[in-house]
Design a protein around this ligand. Structure first.
Ligand code: GLA
Length: 532
C-alpha cells in the first residue's frame, strides 16, 4: 500500500515535470495591457479584449493568451503574506476573471517582480516565491512574467540567485507555469556585455521566455519605428539561444501606436513572425481597424511564427538600407525576409547562394515561392539567379516562403560580433578582418555542416587559424573546422582557440575567455549550437 502511494506520488511528480518541460512549445500569442494602458489596468480592459478577440478573428488565428501586467495589486500584502488584487480595478476578483477568460477559450497570465517592489512600485515577490506562485495558480493563472526591478543589488550573481528560486518552486508545484524571465533586460545595452550573455545562458535554463532588452514605446509616447528597430537589433544578437521551448522576447506588438505608419506596423509583424518571437499585442483591441486585424491574422505569416522548428531568422546581410534574413521551416521550405530601412521604395535581388542554396544543385529547375503578404505563389527559374523583391516600400518588409528545392541548404549569412556589430570580412587575398557590415559577398559566409566556413567571395577557400591569424585558404576546407557554442564562441577544432576581434579590426584566434566582448559572435541559424 505504502509503495503504491509513493509510486503514485512519484508518477504525479514526473508527469508534472514533463508537463512543465513542454509548457510552451511554440511562441505565445495574445494580449498584454502594458504598452497600451500601463498602470491603468482593470477588469474591463480584459473582458473587452476577450470579447473583441472572440469576434474579430484574433482568437481563432491563435491569439489565445490574456496577460495582466504590473499594477493589478494593492500596495500591501495581506496579513498571511499573500498579494491582494485591487478591488477598485478588479471588482469581481482575479479568480472570476481567469474563469471568464477560460470560458472564452483564453489562457490567463499574470505579472510580478523578482525584487522587493515591481517596476511600478507594487509589492515584489522576493522571499514570497512559494506563496505567490501558489496564489497565482490557485487564482487560475498559467503564465508568469517575472520582472527584474528593485532586486537587493544590481549584480549578475544576485539576479542569478533570486531568479533561480523560480524554476525550483515551479518544479515543486503540481501544475505547470510558463515562466517569462525579464532578467536579461537589466543587463542589456551596456559597454561590456559579459553579464548580459551570462544572464541569457541561465535564463534559457530557468524559463521559457527572455525579455532581453528595452521596453517598446508605450502609448502614445515615443517613436514606434525607432523602438521596434532597436529591439529587433537586440534580438538578432541572441539567435543562438532560441530553441524549442525557449524564446527570445523582443517585447510587444504595438499596432495602434500613433507614431507608426501602416508599413511600419506590418514590418514589426513580419519581423516578429520571421523571428518566431512572441506575438503579444499591446493595443486597444476593440478599436483596432480592419486593416490591422487583417494583417495580424495573416495565416501564412502566423504559420511561419508558429513553425515547429521555431528557428529565429538570422541575417544574411545588412548594409544600413537592406536587412536580409533567412531560416528553415519544418517541412523543408525556406523563409526569406527582406526589410527596407531606406527612405524610398526599391527592389532587391537575393542570390540563391545567399539564400543557402547551391545554384549547381538547383540545375534548371523552377523554384516555387509564395509572397506571404499577397498570398500569391509563382515559379522562379533557377537561371534567374535568385529572388527579387520588387517595390518594397520604405520601412516595409517582403516575406517569401520558398518551397523545398532540389538543393541542400547550407547555413549562410553574416558572422558578426554581437557587441561591436562588426562583420567578419574576407578579401581577395584571403586576409580576414572585422569591418562595418556592407552586404558584400566578402561578408556572407557559408557555415558548412562539417564545420568548414567559406565566404561567398572565395567559395573554394575556408577560414583557418594560421598561427593566430585568421586567413581564408584552400587548405582550410580540409584542415580547419569550427564549433559554435551557446556561449557565442566559435572555436577552431584544431587549435582549440576562439575566433576573436582585435581592437584594430584584425581577426585572430586567441585563447577562449569567459563570454568576452571580443569573442561572442552570431552565426547563421541552422549551425549546430553546442550547449556546454
Ligand atoms: C518593466 C517591463 C515592462 C512592464 C513594466 C511594468 O518596464 O519591462 O514590460 O512590465 O515594467 O512596470
Amino acid at each position: 500500500m505504502k509503495t503504491q502511494v509513493v509510486m503514485a506520488a512519484t508518477s504525479l511528480a514526473t508527469s508534472a515535470a514533463a508537463a512543465q518541460q513542454n509548457v510552451l512549445p511554440l511562441p505565445p500569442m495574445g494580449f498584454n495591457n502594458w504598452a497600451r494602458f500601463m498602470t491603468n489596468i482593470n477588469e474591463s480592459i480584459f473582458v473587452d479584449a476577450a470579447e473583441a478577440m472572440s469576434k474579430n478573428g484574433l482568437l481563432k488565428a491563435g491569439y489565445d493568451r490574456l496577460n495582466l501586467d504590473d499594477a493589478w495589486s494593492t500596495m500591501e500584502r495581506a496579513k498571511n503574506g499573500s498579494m491582494v488584487w485591487d478591488t477598485a480595478k478588479f471588482p469581481k476578483g482575479l479568480p472570476w476573471l481567469t474563469q471568464f477568460m477560460k470560458s472564452k477559450g483564453f489562457i490567463p497570465g499574470i505579472y510580478t517582480d523578482a525584487g522587493n517592489l515591481s517596476c511600478g512600485g507594487y509589492p515584489g515577490a522576493l522571499d514570497h516565491e512559494a506563496i505567490d506562485l501558489k496564489d497565482f495558480q490557485d487564482w487560475g493563472f498559467e503564465y508568469l512574467k517575472m520582472d527584474g526591478c528593485n532586486l537587493p543589488d544590481d549584480s549578475e550573481a544576485t539576479y542569478r540567485e533570486v531568479y533561480s528560486r523560480w524554476p525550483k518552486v515551479i518544479s515543486e508545484a503540481s501544475r505547470p507555469m510558463v515562466f517569462s524571465d525579464s532578467a536579461p533586460a537589466y543587463f542589456s545595452n551596456q559597454k561590456n556585455l559579459t553579464d548580459w550573455y551570462s544572464v541569457m545562458v541561465w535564463a534559457a535554463e530557468y524559463g521559457q521566455l527572455a525579455r532581453h532588452s528595452a521596453d517598446v514605446a508605450t502609448y502614445p509616447k515615443g517613436n514606434g519605428w525607432r523602438s521596434i528597430m532597436f529591439n529587433y537589433g537586440q534580438n538578432v544578437r541572441l539567435a543562438r539561444f532560441q530553441k524549442p521551448g525557449f524564446f527570445n522576447d523582443p517585447d510587444f506588438l504595438i499596432p495602434d501606436h500613433p507614431s507608426f505608419t501602416m508599413d511600419e506596423k506590418k514590418t514589426q509583424f513580419a519581423l516578429w513572425c520571421s523571428l518566431s518571437a512572441p506575438l503579444l499585442l499591446s493595443a486597444d483591441i476593440p478599436s483596432l481597424s480592419k486593416d490591422i486585424i487583417d494583417f495580424l491574422t495573416n495565416k501564412d505569416l502566423i504559420a511561419v511564427n508558429q513553425d515547429k522548428l521555431i528557428e529565429q531568422s538570422t541575417l544574411v546581410s545588412q548594409d544600413g538600407t537592406w536587412d536580409v534574413l533567412t531560416k528553415n521551416l519544418e517541412n523543408g521550405d525556406r523563409l526569406l525576409t527582406i526589410l527596407n530601412r531606406g527612405a524610398s521604395a526599391a527592389d532587391l535581388k537575393v542570390s540563391w547562394e545567399r539564400i543557402g542554396f547551391s545554384t549547381k544543385a538547383l540545375g534548371n529547375s523552377n523554384i516555387q515561392i509564395k509572397d506571404l503578404w499577397t498570398g500569391k505563389t509563382s515559379k522562379v527559374a533557377a537561371s534567374a539567379g535568385g529572388i527579387t523583391a520588387s517595390k518594397v516600400p520604405s520601412h516595409g518588409t517582403a516575406v517569401f516562403r520558398i518551397s523545398k528545392t532540389a538543393s541542400p541548404v547550407t547555413a549562410t549569412g553574416m558572422i558578426f560580433n554581437t557587441n561591436t556589430l562588426k562583420c567578419l570580412t574576407d578579401d581577395k587575398s584571403g586576409k580576414v578582418t572585422w569591418a562595418a557590415c556592407n552586404a558584400a559577398d566578402a561578408q556572407v559566409w557559408a557555415v558548412r555542416a562539417d564545420g568548414h566556413i567559406n565566404s561567398l567571395l572565395r567559395p573554394d577557400e575556408c577560414i583557418v587559424d594560421a598561427k593566430g591569424k585568421i586567413l581564408s585558404r584552400h587548405s582550410g576546407c580540409r584542415s580547419d573546422s569550427w564549433t559554435y557554442k551557446i556561449s557565442g564562441n566559435v572555436i577552431n577544432n584544431v587549435s582549440g582557440k576562439c575566433l576573436t576581434e582585435g581592437t584594430d579590426g584584425s581577426a585572430t584566434a586567441e585563447s577562449c575567455g569567459y563570454l568576452l566582448n571580443e569573442q561572442v559572435v552570431a552565426l547563421p541559424v541552422g549551425v549546430k549550437v553546442v550547449e556546454k
